[in-house]
Write a protein that binds this ligand. Structure first.
Ligand code: F6P
Length: 365
């Protein structure tokens, strides 16, 4: 039975792809825990610090000073170090080895009372497996993709959308000057949140998301309708997971062991097809990791700080094996198992989809 009165020492880690706002969470976790008289240890690069204890570092007020506005993670992150399938060099070559029991032993040897895991679906899934091994966990929802269930939004998403919107804004003038079609591929994995929100805000003409498989004929029709109306350019925003009706998502290279397959290439493909089918000069652009880089927006800073402080409050109230979630105007906890149950896709009847349709944006269907 978890007894919050006995908490003396907690660990925190950041796992998966980085997202702007990670440092704000780390700062809030550290200061809120220190304020309660707890020690805080940072596990560098996901779980690496709990496997190799030289990578488990004490976090004090000075370590987290002046980091709220910084991108990246002062602890580093990892998306290829699942402890249940840990890439390990063995005499027989590289193998995936389950090192989770060693992590549990180290956790106990260091007399850690709980782990605050800042991560997306992959990292929180791993955290949930540690819950099953008896480690008390509070998850903090992080991902630019905004695809975690149970929270209205994850931190990092607003920054990614802002970056993508700024890029789309800039493409307008060059697209118009050259009378071209510009196709921008944005991240988001299997969900279209970044494409939809940045496409709407950046006034794209066509927005393609995984939730609505597209018909190329409809996409080209939208381009040609603009042409006929005297608008000789068009902006297409394509989520990396967008796919044609009846087709597959495009991937970059083969799936690496111990991690998700990487998506990408659909922007280039669509640009080629638009050029071929309409005769319009077309260029494509992949925004890529720019969307994860740089400092967090004010929204993400504040959300990160609120999430971090809420994670410590949850522990102090004895709430473990939960994830912090935004449910405006408050921040609440939900069972960790509920957060990882299913991916949060864009609902086809949501307000933003309806808005896009009302504004005459082509969604490819
Ligand atoms: O989950 C965040 C994310 O940026 C996705 O949008 C993208 O598909 C993936 O990570 C890229 O991963 P990597 O940083 O390994 O290229």
């Amino acid at each position: 039975m978890f007894n919050p009165a006995k908490i003396r020492r907690i660990a925190v880690n950041t796992g998966g792809g980085d997202a702007p706002g990670l440092n704000a969470v780390i700062r809030a976790v550290t200061l809120a825990a220190l304020e309660r008289g707890w020690e805080v240890w940072g596990s560098r690069h996901g779980y690496r610090g709990l496997l190799d204890l030289t990578q488990l570092v004490p976090l004090t007020a000075s370590e987290v000073r002046g980091i709220t506005h910084l991108g990246g993670s002062i602890l580093g992150t990892a998306n290829k170090s699942d402890p249940f399938e840990y890439p390990t060099k063995t005499p027989e070559g590289a193998k995936l080895v389950d090192v989770s029991d060693q992590i549990v032993r180290n956790f106990r040897a260091r007399e850690l009372d709980a782990l605050i895991c800042i991560g997306g679906d992959g990292s929180l899934r791993i955290a949930h497996k540690f819950v099953e091994k008896g480690i008390p966990v509070v998850g903090v929802p992080k991902t630019i993709d905004n695809d975690l269930s149970g929270t209205v939004v994850t931190f990092g998403f607003d920054t990614a959308v802002t970056t993508a919107t700024e890029a789309i804004d800039k493409l307008h003038s060059t697209a118009e000057a050259h009378e071209r079609v510009m196709v921008v591929e944005v991240m988001g994995r299997y969900a279209g949140w970044i494409a939809l929100n940045s496409g709407l805000s950046g006034t794209a003409d066509i927005i393609l998301i995984p939730e609505i498989p597209f018909d190329l004929a409809k996409v080209c029709e939208a381009v040609m309708q603009r042409e006929a109306a005297g608008k000789h350019f068009a902006i297409v925003v394509a989520a990396e997971g967008a796919r044609p009706a009846g087709g597959q998502m495009m991937t970059r290279g083969p799936k690496e062991a111990g991690r998700e397959v990487l998506l990408g290439g659909i922007g280039q493909h669509i640009a080629g097809e638009i050029a071929r089918l309409t005769g319009k000069e077309t260029r494509h652009l992949v925004l890529g990791h720019l969307q994860r880089g740089g400092g967090p927006t004010t929204f993400d800073r504040l959300l990160g700080l609120r999430f971090g402080a809420a994670a410590v409050r949850a522990l102090a109230e004895g709430k473990v094996n939960v994830m912090i979630a935004l449910d405006p105007p408050t921040v609440k906890t939900i069972p960790l198992s509920q957060a990882i149950e299913r991916m949060k896709a864009v609902p086809l009847d949501c307000d933003s989809i309806l808005t896009a349709r009302s504004l005459g944006v082509c969604l490819g269907d």
